[in-house]
Design a protein around this ligand. Structure first.
Ligand SMILES: Cc1cc2nc3c(=O)[nH]c(=O)nc-3n(C[C@H](O)[C@H](O)[C@H](O)COP(=O)(O)OP(=O)(O)OC[C@H]3O[C@@H](n4cnc5c(N)ncnc54)[C@H](O)[C@@H]3O)c2cc1C
Length: 399
C-alpha cells in the first residue's frame, strides 16, 4: 500500500515531535511517574493534542490510517507520554460511540480545551470487580424524574486520566436485570460534586500516564448528559426486554472502534526496541566481531523485523475495514492482540540482544519492555480478544 503525500507528511510531523520533544524526556517522566503536563502542552501548541486533530483523524480520513500512523510514531517516542497525549481520545471515542451529533460538538472540544487552557478527558468503564466481565459493572445510574437528573453511584478502576480529567465519560448500569445490555454512558461535567479520585496506581509501565480509581458518590448530572438521549435509551431497553436487542452495549462499541489504534501503540513500542537493538548489534563487539555477524543475533532481528511488518499490515487492514464498513473476521481484535504479543516479544528480545546492559535502566529497552506489556491487558485482554475472534470465526458462543 502506498501512503498519500498528506499521510507521509503527517507521519513525519508526528515523528519529529516524538524524536525532538518526547524522547529526550521519556526516561525522566517514567521515573517521576507523573502526568507530563508540559509535554502535552507542547503537543497542544502544535495541534497534536486537540479536538480538531482527533476529529480529522477519526472522521476526516476515508482510509482510517491517520490515527494508526500518528499513534505509531507517538508511541515510538514514548508509550507513557503517548498515552498521556492519547488518553483523552478514549473519552472522545466514548462520546462518538454513544452520543448525538450535538453532544459530540458540545463535549469533545471541552475534553481537550486549547493551548491556552488545556483540558483532559477520561473514559470510565472498568471497575474493581469487573474489567473483562462488563456484565458485572455495579455503578448505578438512576433517573430522578422530578429534576430530570441522573444520579451515579459506584467506583471505577484503572481509569486513564481518572480524577484529573475535566470531563469524565462514565458507563453506568441503568437496568441491572439486563446485565451488559442495561448500560448507558454519561458525561460528568467539570467540577461536578461527588466525583473524586481514589487511589492512583503505581504501574509496571506507561508510568507517565495517570491511572486511578474514580469514586462516584451521589453524582448528579443533568438529563442532557445521558449520551444518546433518554428517548433512544428507553427504546433500546424496551427492545432488549422484548428480546429483540441488536445493539452492542456502549463500552464494547467504544473498545471495538479503538482496537486498531491500540495495536498501533504497541507497534510503535516494538519498532523503537527493534531499531535500537539493530543498531546496538552492529556496534557491540564480542569474540572479535560485531554481534550481528552471528546468525543467532541476526536471525532474531530478522524475525523481529518480519513480525513488525506483518503486524503493521494487519493494523492498517483493520483500520481500513473499521473505517470503510465492517470488520469481516474481528480484524480489530486480531490486530490489537497480535500487536500486543509482538511488542511484548520484540522488546524482550531487544533486552536479550543488549545482554546485561539491556537489563539496566541505563538503556531504554527495559522501559520499552515494561511499556509493551500493557497492550496485552487494557482495551480487552489477550484472552478477551481470543474470545471475540473465536466467536466470530466459528459462529459458536465459545465461553
Ligand atoms: C494502565 C491501565 C489503563 C487503563 N485504562 C482504562 C480506562 O481508561 N478506562 C477503562 O474503563 N478501563 C481502563 N483499564 C482497565 C482495563 O481495560 C482492564 O484492566 C482490562 O479490561 C482487564 O480487566 P481486569 O483488570 O479486571 O482483569 P480480569 O477481567 O479480572 O482478567 C484477569 C485475567 O483473566 C482473564 N479472563 C477474564 N475473563 C476471561 C474469560 N472469559 N476467558 C478467558 N480468560 C479470561 C483475563 O484475560 C486476564 O488474563 C486500564 C487498565 C490499565 C492497567
Amino acid at each position: 500500500m502506498k501512503l498519500s503525500d498528506e499521510q507521509i507528511q503527517l507521519r513525519d510531523w508526528v515523528h519529529d515531535f516524538a524524536a525532538d520533544v518526547i524522547r529526550p524526556v521519556a526516561e525522566e517522566w517514567d521515573e517521576k511517574e507523573e502526568f507530563p503536563y508540559p509535554v502535552v502542552q507542547q503537543a497542544a501548541e502544535i495541534g497534536l493534542y486537540g479536538w480538531e486533530f482527533m476529529a480529522n483523524g477519526m472522521m476526516g480520513d476515508p482510509t482510517g490510517l491517520t490515527m494508526p500512523l500518528a499513534i505509531e510514531e507517538l508511541f515510538w517516542g514514548d508509550a507513557g507520554i503517548g498515552m498521556a497525549i492519547m488518553g483523552t481520545g478514549l473519552a472522545a471515542a466514548g462520546i462518538a460511540a454513544s452520543g448525538t451529533p450535538e453532544q459530540l460538538m458540545e463535549w469533545v472540544p471541552q475534553c481537550y480545551g486549547d493551548e491556552k487552557d488545556l483540558k483532559l478527558g477520561a473514559f470510565a468503564a472498568s471497575e474493581p470487580d469487573a474489567g473483562s466481565d462488563v456484565a458485572g459493572y455495579r455503578t448505578r445510574a438512576v433517573y430522578d424524574e422530578a429534576t430530570d437528573e441522573w444520579i451515579l453511584n459506584g467506583t471505577k478502576a484503572w481509569i486513564t486520566n481518572g480524577g484529573i480529567a475535566d470531563i469524565h465519560v462514565v458507563v453506568g448500569v441503568v437496568d441491572p436485570e439486563l446485565r451488559a445490555k442495561g448500560h448507558a454512558s454519561f458525561i460528568v461535567p467539570p467540577g461536578t460534586k461527588g466525583l473524586s479520585q481514589g487511589q492512583k496506581y503505581k504501574k509496571h509501565g506507561i508510568r507517565a500516564s495517570h491511572t486511578a480509581e474514580v469514586v462516584l458518590e451521589d453524582v448528579r448530572v443533568p438529563g442532557s448528559c445521558l449520551l444518546g438521549g433518554k428517548e433512544k435509551l428507553d427504546e433500546r431497553l424496551a427492545r432488549v426486554r422484548e428480546g429483540k436487542s441488536g445493539n452492542a452495549q456502549a463500552a464494547m462499541q467504544t473498545f471495538e472502534a479503538t482496537r486498531p489504534a491500540v495495536g498501533a501503540q504497541a507497534l510503535g513500542v516494538a519498532r523503537a526496541a527493534y531499531e535500537y537493538s539493530l543498531q546496538y548489534a552492529k556496534e557491540r563487539h564480542a569474540f572479535g566481531k560485531a554481534i550481528i555477524e552471528n546468525q543467532a543475533i541476526a536471525f532474531m532481528l530478522a524475525d523481529m523485523a518480519t513480525e513488525i511488518e506483518a503486524t503493521r499490515a494487519l493494523i492498517w487492514k483493520a483500520a481500513w475495514l473499521g473505517k470503510n464498513g465492517t470488520f469481516e473476521n474481528a480484524e480489530g481484535s486480531m490486530a490489537k492482540m497480535k500487536a500486543g504479543r509482538v511488542a511484548t516479544w520484540v522488546t524482550e528480545r531487544a533486552i536479550q540482544i543488549l545482554g546485561g546492559y539491556g537489563y539496566t535502566r541505563e538503556y531504554p529497552v527495559e522501559r520499552w519492555h515494561r511499556d509493551a506489556k500493557i497492550h496485552d491487558i487494557f482495551e480487552g485482554t489477550e484472552q478477551i480478544q481470543q474470545l471475540v475472534i473465536s466467536r466470530v470465526i466459528s459462529g459458536i458462543r465459545i465461553e
